[in-house]
Design a protein around this ligand. Structure first.
Ligand code: G3H
Ligand code: ZN
Length: 282
Protein backbone atom coordinates (compact mmCIF):
# COMPACT_ATOMS: atom_id res chain seq x y z
CA UNK A 1 0.00 0.00 0.00
CA UNK A 2 1.33 3.44 -0.93
CA UNK A 3 0.32 5.57 2.04
CA UNK A 4 1.88 8.72 0.70
CA UNK A 5 -0.25 8.39 -2.41
CA UNK A 6 -3.37 8.06 -0.25
CA UNK A 7 -2.43 11.26 1.56
CA UNK A 8 -1.64 13.10 -1.67
CA UNK A 9 -4.99 12.15 -3.15
CA UNK A 10 -6.77 13.27 0.02
CA UNK A 11 -4.94 16.57 -0.06
CA UNK A 12 -5.64 17.20 -3.74
CA UNK A 13 -9.34 16.51 -3.27
CA UNK A 14 -9.68 18.35 0.07
CA UNK A 15 -11.09 15.15 1.52
CA UNK A 16 -9.43 14.41 4.85
CA UNK A 17 -8.32 11.07 6.20
CA UNK A 18 -9.75 10.38 9.64
CA UNK A 19 -7.76 8.82 12.44
CA UNK A 20 -9.85 7.02 15.02
CA UNK A 21 -8.14 5.93 18.23
CA UNK A 22 -9.04 2.74 20.03
CA UNK A 23 -7.94 0.45 22.84
CA UNK A 24 -10.92 -1.86 23.16
CA UNK A 25 -12.77 -4.35 20.96
CA UNK A 26 -16.15 -2.59 21.17
CA UNK A 27 -14.53 0.67 20.11
CA UNK A 28 -12.80 -1.10 17.23
CA UNK A 29 -16.03 -2.76 16.06
CA UNK A 30 -17.87 0.57 16.22
CA UNK A 31 -15.12 2.22 14.17
CA UNK A 32 -15.18 -0.60 11.59
CA UNK A 33 -18.99 -0.57 11.30
CA UNK A 34 -19.00 3.20 10.80
CA UNK A 35 -16.04 3.45 8.43
CA UNK A 36 -17.06 0.53 6.22
CA UNK A 37 -20.14 2.41 5.06
CA UNK A 38 -17.89 4.92 3.28
CA UNK A 39 -15.29 2.57 1.77
CA UNK A 40 -12.59 5.22 2.17
CA UNK A 41 -9.12 4.73 3.64
CA UNK A 42 -8.90 5.63 7.33
CA UNK A 43 -6.36 5.42 10.11
CA UNK A 44 -6.48 3.35 13.27
CA UNK A 45 -4.61 5.27 15.94
CA UNK A 46 -3.11 4.06 19.18
CA UNK A 47 -1.39 6.41 21.59
CA UNK A 48 1.56 5.16 23.62
CA UNK A 49 -0.81 4.22 26.43
CA UNK A 50 -3.30 2.58 24.08
CA UNK A 51 -0.52 0.68 22.29
CA UNK A 52 1.01 -0.50 25.57
CA UNK A 53 -2.39 -1.81 26.62
CA UNK A 54 -3.06 -3.59 23.32
CA UNK A 55 0.52 -4.64 22.62
CA UNK A 56 2.26 -3.40 19.47
CA UNK A 57 2.25 -6.77 17.69
CA UNK A 58 -1.37 -7.35 18.59
CA UNK A 59 -2.35 -3.92 17.22
CA UNK A 60 -0.55 -4.71 13.95
CA UNK A 61 -2.30 -8.08 13.68
CA UNK A 62 -5.68 -6.42 14.35
CA UNK A 63 -5.13 -3.81 11.65
CA UNK A 64 -4.22 -6.52 9.12
CA UNK A 65 -7.43 -8.41 9.89
CA UNK A 66 -9.51 -5.22 9.69
CA UNK A 67 -8.05 -4.38 6.31
CA UNK A 68 -8.67 -7.90 5.04
CA UNK A 69 -12.27 -7.74 6.20
CA UNK A 70 -12.96 -4.31 4.73
CA UNK A 71 -11.10 -4.67 1.45
CA UNK A 72 -9.76 -1.09 1.36
CA UNK A 73 -6.69 0.56 2.96
CA UNK A 74 -6.52 0.94 6.73
CA UNK A 75 -3.39 2.60 8.09
CA UNK A 76 -2.01 2.00 11.59
CA UNK A 77 -0.48 5.04 13.32
CA UNK A 78 1.39 5.23 16.60
CA UNK A 79 -0.08 8.46 17.92
CA UNK A 80 1.74 10.82 20.33
CA UNK A 81 4.86 8.72 20.73
CA UNK A 82 7.01 10.36 23.36
CA UNK A 83 10.32 8.62 22.70
CA UNK A 84 12.42 7.36 19.80
CA UNK A 85 12.55 3.92 21.44
CA UNK A 86 8.80 3.42 21.51
CA UNK A 87 8.41 4.58 17.91
CA UNK A 88 11.26 2.32 16.79
CA UNK A 89 9.49 -0.63 18.44
CA UNK A 90 6.24 0.34 16.68
CA UNK A 91 7.96 0.57 13.30
CA UNK A 92 9.69 -2.78 13.84
CA UNK A 93 6.34 -4.32 14.79
CA UNK A 94 4.77 -3.13 11.52
CA UNK A 95 3.11 0.26 12.18
CA UNK A 96 2.91 2.19 8.89
CA UNK A 97 2.91 5.65 10.39
CA UNK A 98 4.36 7.15 13.56
CA UNK A 99 3.83 10.46 15.30
CA UNK A 100 6.59 11.86 17.48
CA UNK A 101 5.15 14.33 19.95
CA UNK A 102 7.98 16.57 21.02
CA UNK A 103 5.68 19.49 21.67
CA UNK A 104 6.71 19.82 25.30
CA UNK A 105 10.41 20.03 24.35
CA UNK A 106 12.40 23.08 23.33
CA UNK A 107 12.27 23.32 19.53
CA UNK A 108 15.92 22.28 19.04
CA UNK A 109 15.42 19.11 21.08
CA UNK A 110 12.12 18.44 19.30
CA UNK A 111 13.86 18.79 15.92
CA UNK A 112 16.71 16.50 16.98
CA UNK A 113 14.50 13.57 18.04
CA UNK A 114 11.94 14.04 15.25
CA UNK A 115 14.80 13.94 12.73
CA UNK A 116 16.10 10.71 14.25
CA UNK A 117 12.61 9.16 14.07
CA UNK A 118 12.17 10.37 10.48
CA UNK A 119 15.46 8.93 9.33
CA UNK A 120 14.69 5.50 10.89
CA UNK A 121 11.12 5.50 9.58
CA UNK A 122 11.80 6.66 6.04
CA UNK A 123 14.29 3.88 5.35
CA UNK A 124 11.47 1.48 6.14
CA UNK A 125 8.76 3.24 4.15
CA UNK A 126 6.96 4.47 7.27
CA UNK A 127 5.29 7.89 7.29
CA UNK A 128 6.29 10.35 10.01
CA UNK A 129 4.24 13.03 11.72
CA UNK A 130 5.91 15.72 13.80
CA UNK A 131 4.36 18.20 16.19
CA UNK A 132 5.20 21.80 16.90
CA UNK A 133 3.60 24.19 19.37
CA UNK A 134 2.18 23.24 22.74
CA UNK A 135 -0.92 21.13 22.21
CA UNK A 136 -2.73 21.13 25.53
CA UNK A 137 -5.26 18.78 27.08
CA UNK A 138 -6.01 15.09 27.32
CA UNK A 139 -8.64 13.03 25.50
CA UNK A 140 -11.42 13.27 28.09
CA UNK A 141 -14.13 15.61 29.36
CA UNK A 142 -12.82 18.75 31.08
CA UNK A 143 -15.06 20.75 33.38
CA UNK A 144 -13.21 24.00 32.89
CA UNK A 145 -13.03 26.39 29.94
CA UNK A 146 -10.31 25.60 27.41
CA UNK A 147 -7.40 27.98 27.67
CA UNK A 148 -4.91 28.24 24.84
CA UNK A 149 -2.19 30.85 25.10
CA UNK A 150 -0.86 32.59 22.00
CA UNK A 151 2.63 31.39 22.92
CA UNK A 152 1.35 27.77 22.72
CA UNK A 153 0.48 28.19 19.06
CA UNK A 154 2.72 27.20 16.18
CA UNK A 155 4.69 30.01 14.61
CA UNK A 156 4.58 29.75 10.80
CA UNK A 157 8.30 30.51 10.41
CA UNK A 158 9.19 27.86 13.01
CA UNK A 159 6.97 25.37 11.19
CA UNK A 160 8.97 26.04 8.03
CA UNK A 161 12.25 25.47 9.87
CA UNK A 162 10.89 22.35 11.59
CA UNK A 163 9.79 20.57 8.41
CA UNK A 164 12.97 21.56 6.56
CA UNK A 165 15.24 20.24 9.28
CA UNK A 166 13.34 17.09 10.24
CA UNK A 167 12.02 15.91 6.86
CA UNK A 168 8.63 14.92 8.33
CA UNK A 169 5.80 13.94 5.98
CA UNK A 170 3.09 15.38 8.20
CA UNK A 171 2.91 18.14 10.78
CA UNK A 172 0.53 18.64 13.69
CA UNK A 173 0.32 22.38 14.34
CA UNK A 174 -1.39 24.18 17.20
CA UNK A 175 -3.82 26.84 15.97
CA UNK A 176 -6.60 26.88 18.55
CA UNK A 177 -7.05 23.10 18.77
CA UNK A 178 -6.88 21.25 22.06
CA UNK A 179 -7.31 17.64 23.20
CA UNK A 180 -10.59 16.74 24.86
CA UNK A 181 -13.98 18.39 25.22
CA UNK A 182 -14.31 21.52 27.38
CA UNK A 183 -17.12 23.59 28.83
CA UNK A 184 -16.29 26.11 26.15
CA UNK A 185 -14.28 25.11 23.12
CA UNK A 186 -11.84 27.62 21.62
CA UNK A 187 -12.16 28.72 18.00
CA UNK A 188 -9.65 27.56 15.45
CA UNK A 189 -7.31 30.25 14.16
CA UNK A 190 -7.69 29.52 10.46
CA UNK A 191 -5.59 32.51 9.47
CA UNK A 192 -2.65 31.05 11.35
CA UNK A 193 -3.33 27.67 9.73
CA UNK A 194 -3.18 29.29 6.26
CA UNK A 195 0.12 30.96 7.11
CA UNK A 196 1.54 27.67 8.36
CA UNK A 197 0.34 25.95 5.20
CA UNK A 198 2.02 28.49 2.94
CA UNK A 199 5.31 28.10 4.87
CA UNK A 200 5.51 24.30 5.00
CA UNK A 201 4.89 23.77 1.31
CA UNK A 202 2.58 21.61 -0.70
CA UNK A 203 3.72 18.15 0.32
CA UNK A 204 3.64 18.37 4.07
CA UNK A 205 0.34 16.98 5.27
CA UNK A 206 -1.22 19.04 8.04
CA UNK A 207 -2.96 17.23 10.88
CA UNK A 208 -5.78 18.44 13.10
CA UNK A 209 -5.34 17.01 16.59
CA UNK A 210 -8.09 17.37 19.14
CA UNK A 211 -10.86 16.67 16.62
CA UNK A 212 -13.50 16.18 19.32
CA UNK A 213 -15.95 18.93 20.20
CA UNK A 214 -15.02 21.19 17.28
CA UNK A 215 -18.08 22.52 15.40
CA UNK A 216 -18.49 20.98 11.94
CA UNK A 217 -18.21 24.34 10.19
CA UNK A 218 -14.77 24.87 11.74
CA UNK A 219 -13.62 21.38 10.83
CA UNK A 220 -14.69 22.04 7.24
CA UNK A 221 -12.92 25.41 7.30
CA UNK A 222 -9.70 23.78 8.51
CA UNK A 223 -9.83 21.22 5.71
CA UNK A 224 -10.31 24.02 3.16
CA UNK A 225 -7.20 25.71 4.52
CA UNK A 226 -5.08 22.58 4.22
CA UNK A 227 -5.81 20.01 6.95
CA UNK A 228 -5.42 16.50 5.47
CA UNK A 229 -5.77 14.30 8.57
CA UNK A 230 -8.23 14.64 11.47
CA UNK A 231 -7.64 12.85 14.78
CA UNK A 232 -10.58 11.79 16.90
CA UNK A 233 -10.52 10.13 20.30
CA UNK A 234 -12.56 11.77 23.08
CA UNK A 235 -15.91 11.49 21.28
CA UNK A 236 -15.28 7.76 20.79
CA UNK A 237 -14.22 7.28 24.42
CA UNK A 238 -17.22 9.22 25.62
CA UNK A 239 -19.72 7.17 23.63
CA UNK A 240 -18.04 3.99 24.94
CA UNK A 241 -18.31 5.05 28.58
CA UNK A 242 -21.81 6.54 28.46
CA UNK A 243 -23.45 3.64 26.68
CA UNK A 244 -21.52 0.95 28.54
CA UNK A 245 -22.72 2.46 31.83
CA UNK A 246 -26.29 2.48 30.57
CA UNK A 247 -26.00 -1.05 29.26
CA UNK A 248 -24.71 -2.29 32.62
CA UNK A 249 -27.44 -0.45 34.46
CA UNK A 250 -30.20 -1.77 32.19
CA UNK A 251 -28.94 -5.36 32.50
CA UNK A 252 -27.84 -5.75 36.11
CA UNK A 253 -27.60 -9.55 35.92
CA UNK A 254 -25.77 -9.80 32.60
CA UNK A 255 -22.17 -11.01 32.73
CA UNK A 256 -21.52 -11.83 29.06
CA UNK A 257 -19.55 -8.92 27.56
CA UNK A 258 -20.73 -9.69 24.02
CA UNK A 259 -24.34 -9.25 25.13
CA UNK A 260 -23.64 -5.85 26.67
CA UNK A 261 -21.46 -4.61 23.82
CA UNK A 262 -23.88 -4.16 20.86
CA UNK A 263 -25.33 -0.87 22.12
CA UNK A 264 -21.83 0.47 22.74
CA UNK A 265 -20.73 -0.54 19.25
CA UNK A 266 -23.79 1.13 17.73
CA UNK A 267 -23.13 4.39 19.59
CA UNK A 268 -19.52 4.50 18.39
CA UNK A 269 -20.61 3.66 14.84
CA UNK A 270 -22.87 6.74 15.00
CA UNK A 271 -19.96 8.96 16.08
CA UNK A 272 -17.85 7.73 13.16
CA UNK A 273 -20.65 8.14 10.61
CA UNK A 274 -21.42 11.67 11.82
CA UNK A 275 -17.80 12.73 11.34
CA UNK A 276 -17.17 11.01 8.02
CA UNK A 277 -20.46 12.30 6.63
CA UNK A 278 -19.07 15.82 6.79
CA UNK A 279 -16.93 14.91 3.79
CA UNK A 280 -18.05 11.61 2.31
CA UNK A 281 -21.24 10.10 1.00
CA UNK A 282 -22.41 6.68 2.07
O1 G3H B 1 -4.21 12.32 18.82
C1 G3H B 1 -5.41 12.18 19.08
C2 G3H B 1 -6.36 13.27 18.89
O2 G3H B 1 -5.70 14.48 18.80
C3 G3H B 1 -7.58 13.18 19.72
O3 G3H B 1 -8.14 14.40 20.12
O4 G3H B 1 -9.43 13.42 21.97
O5 G3H B 1 -9.80 15.76 21.29
O6 G3H B 1 -10.53 13.89 19.82
P1 G3H B 1 -9.56 14.36 20.84
ZN1 ZN C 1 -3.54 14.31 19.48
Amino acid sequence: MNIKKIFKTAQAKHLPIFQFNFSDLSQLKGIINGAKKFKKPFILGTSEGESNFLGLNFAVAIKKEVEKELGFPVILNLDHGKSFDHLKKAIDAGYEMVHFDGSSLPIRENIKITKKVASYAKKRGVLVEGELGFLRGTSEIHREMAKIKVKDMTLPREAQLFVKETGVDALAPVFGNIHGIYKKMPSLDLKRLSMIKSRVGKWVFLVLHGGSGIPSSQIKGAVKKGIVKINLNTEIRLAWRKVLEKSLKDNPQEVAPYKLAPQVIKAIEKVIVKKMKLFYKI
